[in-house]
Every structure is written in structure tokens, then in C-alpha cells.
Design a protein around this ligand. Structure first.
Ligand code: ADP
Ligand code: MG
Length: 284
């Protein structure tokens, strides 16, 4: 089986305006594969190329050079555009821009209706998608009256109703309050762990990325780091060099190492793990 998402030496440069100098590539020679069932977080400061990467995954943009294959389909192949977009569904930052209907269940039914599915199948998919995001009780509600977190879960359900193989989310929690962020993160984790959904989560929140199985760090359009969260977040200097603050737990341990020469491992991603490391250090 091919990877769900595969990039082969992909670069993308935005066309430059009249009389303006050509800008550097927004995505610069990136190669990567995402396998079924993976949960990949993509981190990077503003302008590092994350959104451009997401748009390349979904054939909103096609590479200036190199190839993007979605479940083996090349995003340059316009005849496969529809299949590509329903294989790698996209969720964006602002839930208000993604909701199209005035009733929740009609909104979630939008894509399967456009796919021309029989009404019984649409009903089944809508119910399943709403259950998967924990929003079944709201199916007859008006989306605009829901909280930001609930709206974003409806947007996710709308993508799930297409039965994608992967879901790509570009900072889906950026506009949400802490409660909304937490509920969207819980939903994403459940989709990945319980339903086996392949997830690519673009975020600038370290705590969100720490929950993924794999973290990719983008810097100036390049893929700088790629590995397990504990491995990535222990590279404090590399993270700081691309304007990313390490998680607070790692930052604390790093400071103890620098100030007290404590020699602590920098792999603690939770407060509990961090407290444990410090306890053992103090105990001697
Ligand atoms: P991120 O999502 O990590 O903030 P982007 O992919 O949006 O990064 O941007 C990467 C680079 O491409 C930045 O330098 C940005 O200014 C540039 N860029 C993004 N969108 C456009 C566009 N529509 N036209 C020209 N340049 C763009
Ligand atoms: Mg962006």
C-alpha cells in the first residue's frame, strides 16, 4: 500500500508580483511520507511554510518542482482532483468560513450530497461523523449559535463525512479559547487512536504537538527536524534557532542543566514526568 501522503523533493515558490524580486521558495525541497494511522504534527514559526505545505497536500497548490502523491495519486493530475480532496480532507483555522448550512446535520451532509450519494448513505455518514466528534446531540442546532470548539468539531465532522483516509488541519485551534482548544484536541486524538484516522496537525502550540506520534519542524520552507516528540523537544537549541520555545517542562530541565550542571534528560513532556525527573535529581 502506498503512503497516504508522499512528497518527493517538493518545492513551491509563489509567483512574484510585477516588478518585484522573486521571493525565496515557501517550501524548499521537502521529502516525506505519512503512513496510514500516523498522527503527525507540523510545527514552525510564522512564515515557515506550514500552510503552503498543507495546500500542497490537498492540491490547492501544485509544486513548482517535485511531486506530491496522495494515496498514490499525483496532485498534478487534474482528473484525480476530486479523489485527492476526498482522500486528504482539509480543516482550516476559522470554523466560520467552513460552515455552509444553517442546521448542523445539513452542514455535515453537504459534501456527501455533492458526492451524489444515496440519501440513506448520507444519513448514515452524517450520524457517524457527528458521533465521532461527540456532537450528535446538536444535529438540529444552528451552527452559528455553537461555541468555537463545537463549530470546529462540526467542520471536522463535515470532512469525516467524505470518509477521507487522512485529515489535514491547518491550525484548527488557533481561533479557539482554551476550552475549545482542549475539546478539539480530544476529538483529534480520539479519531486517531480509536478510529485509526491518519492526522496531520499544523500547529504552533508545543503542547498540542507533544501529543502527536511524530513531529516535523519547518524553518524557512525546509523540513528541519522530523522525529518522535521527546526526541524533537529535547533539541532545545535547534528549536530556539527557529524561534520556537521548547515546552515549559523541557525549558525548566534545560535551565537546571545550564545553571546547576544537573545533567538531566530533556525528554519530559508532561508535568508529571518533569516532577519525577527533578525528584530523582534532588534525592540524589
Ligand atoms: P506559515 O503557515 O508557516 O505561517 P506560509 O506557508 O503561510 O507559512 O508562508 C510561507 C511563505 O510564503 C511566507 O514567506 C509567506 O509570506 C509566503 N506566502 C504565503 N502565502 C503567499 C501568497 N499567497 N503569495 C505570496 N507569498 C505568500
Ligand atoms: Mg499558516
Amino acid at each position: 500500500m502506498p503512503p497516504i501522503i508522499e512528497l518527493k523533493n517538493v518545492s513551491f515558490t509563489y509567483p512574484h508580483g510585477e516588478g518585484k524580486p522573486e521571493s525565496p521558495p515557501a517550501v524548499d525541497n521537502v521529502s516525506l511520507s505519512v503512513e496510514p494511522g500516523e498522527f503527525v504534527a507540523v510545527l514552525g514559526h510564522n512564515g515557515s511554510g506550514k500552510s503552503t505545505l498543507a495546500k500542497l497536500f490537498n492540491a490547492i497548490l501544485t509544486p513548482t518542482s517535485g511531486d506530491v502523491l496522495i494515496d498514490g495519486m499525483n496532485t498534478r493530475d487534474e482528473s484525480r482532483l476530486f479523489d485527492i480532496r476526498k482522500t486528504a480532507g482539509m480543516v482550516f483555522q476559522n470554523p466560520d468560513n467552513q460552515i455552509v448550512a444553517t442546521v448542523v446535520e445539513e452542514d455535515v451532509a453537504f459534501a456527501p450530497e455533492n458526492m451524489g450519494l444515496p440519501s440513506k448513505e448520507i444519513r448514515r455518514r452524517v450520524d457517524e461523523a457527528l458521533a465521532a466528534v461527540g456532537m450528535s446531540a446538536f444535529k438540529r442546532h444552528a451552527p452559528h449559535l455553537l461555541s468555537g470548539g463545537q463549530k470546529q468539531r462540526i467542520a471536522i465532522a463535515g470532512v469525516l463525512a467524505m470518509q477521507p483516509r487522512a485529515i489535514v488541519m491547518d491550525e484548527p485551534t488557533a481561533m479557539l479559547d482554551p476550552m475549545g482548544r482542549a475539546e478539539v484536541m480530544r476529538t483529534i486524538l480520539r479519531l486517531n487512536r480509536e478510529n485509526g484516522m491518519t492526522v496531520v496537525l499544523i500547529t504552533h502550540h508545543m503542547d498540542e504537538a507533544a501529543q502527536a506520534g511524530r513531529v516535523i519542524v519547518m524553518n524557512h520552507g525546509r523540513m528541519l527536524l522530523d522525529g518522535a516528540p521527546a526526541e524533537i523537544f529535547s533539541q532545545v537549541d535547534e528549536l530556539r534557532a527557529c524561534s520556537l520555545a521548547p515546552p515549559q517542562t523541557v525549558a525548566l530541565l534545560d535551565r537546571l542543566n545550564r545553571d546547576l550542571n544537573a545533567g538531566l534528560p530533556l525528554t519530559a513532556l508532561s508535568v508529571e514526568q518533569c516532577a519525577d525527573v527533578i525528584y530523582h535529581y534532588l534525592k540524589g
